[in-house]
Ligand binder design. Sequence first.
Ligand SMILES: [Zn+2]
Length: 82
Amino acid sequence: MSQGEPGSAGASLELARRWIGCREVLESLYDYLDGELGPARELRVARHLEACAACGARVRFERSFLQAIRRGRAPSAAATGR
Ligand SMILES: [Zn+2]
């Protein structure tokens, strides 16, 4: 902004700075699914997932797995009935 760049160069630089890698996404995956990432970090993960098919598929798998557990399919959580 302060340098008055044409836009595309500055925008892509900003994008690269905000971009996080697959490894970082996978490390944050469970916090992301639990909604325990901070808003800024959650946004970065979400942005990565929009662009990365591999991580997108991984998240869909993990999310459905977690939902299955929370519906009571997990033997230990449901059976004890605490
Ligand atoms: Zn990825």
